[in-house]
Design a binder for this molecule. Structure first.
Ligand code: ADP
Ligand code: ASP
Ligand code: MG
Length: 243
């Protein structure tokens, strides 16, 4: 089985959490499964990078902003691969361009077009857990692009679609999709499953738990997404076609 697991920023905020996520990936790999881990930048790193860019330029070019913002995910990927190695597992980190995730040329809000290299496959076949930076790709001019805030979800679904993964798991800081933000509304109700269209409405209304483009891509390619908590056990929510 091929499993894609994505860990968001709060799931990777410190060394302990990175180890916890690494353990999940190793657990998923047991029994001969191939695992691709997609990582976001740690904690509030991307917000800090945005502020640091604003401090040097009031109007940074979007190309350079992308080159800079993509670094947050690169740091996480290196840390995750080191954590996996420290636990005795073979692992390799890949940036968006090393993985071959091609996007259009719209800097800071690029759309994923395809996977144009077989590097991930080769590394999986060599027995490694492959850690891929979320949120970033490369355009036809070989410039780094980013996919819009929250875009690591889209990386995970895109890789699940292009690699024809059997599972796409998104680990976050809530234990599934609710009818409203459970952090603001304590009486919010969790869905066991939710259809693509309903999820798309929630995402477009601003529910940041899933990036709207990731839901569009999942619908287009028929990728089932499981949204789970990094911190609490539970079934989470399955996003799928309910027709
Ligand atoms: P990650 O860093 O893992 O990508 P995000 O912060 O992007 O996590 O998304 C998770 C957050 O989405 C939750 O902490 C929650 O506050 C928020 N959220 C907003 N609307 C919803 C909803 N309908 N269901 C679940 N979470 C929601
Ligand atoms: N690090 C990026 C952001 O904060 C992407 C993501 O977390 O999905 O928006
Ligand atoms: Mg997110």
């Amino acid at each position: 089985m091929l499993i894609v697991q994505k860990f968001g920023g709060s799931s990777l905020a410190d060394a302990k959490r990175i180890h916890r996520a690494a353990k999940r990936a190793i657990h998923a790999s047991q029994g001969g499964n191939q695992v691709v881990v997609v990582v976001s930048a740690q904690g509030d790193t991307t917000d800090h990078l945005v502020s640091a860019a604003a401090a040097v330029s009031t109007a940074p070019s979007k190309r350079e902003l992308d080159a800079y913002l993509a670094a947050g995910e690169q740091m996480s990927a290196g840390l995750m691969a080191m954590a996996l190695e420290s636990m005795g597992h073979r692992a390799v980190s890949l940036t968006g361009w090393q993985a071959g995730l091609l996007t259009d040329g719209v800097h800071t809000d690029a759309r994923v077009l395809g996977l144009v290299k077989d590097r991930i496959r080769r590394e999986l076949d060599a027995g490694r857990i492959v850690v891929v930076t979320g949120f970033q790709g490369i355009n036809a001019d070989e410039d780094v692009t980013t996919l819009g805030r929250g875009g690591s979800d889209t990386t995970a679904v895109a890789l699940a679609a292009f690699l024809q993964a059997d599972k796409c798991q998104i680990y976050t800081d809530v234990d599934g999709i609710y009818d409203r933000d459970p952090r603001i509304f304590p009486d919010a109700v969790r869905y066991d499953q939710i259809g693509y269209d309903e999820m798309l409405c929630l995402a477009r209304q601003g529910a940041q738990v899933l990036h709207d483009r990731c839901v569009e891509l999942a619908k287009e390619h028929g990728v089932q997404i499981q949204v789970l908590s990094s911190f609490r056990p539970g079934p989470g929510t399955i996003v799928k076609s309910l027709q």
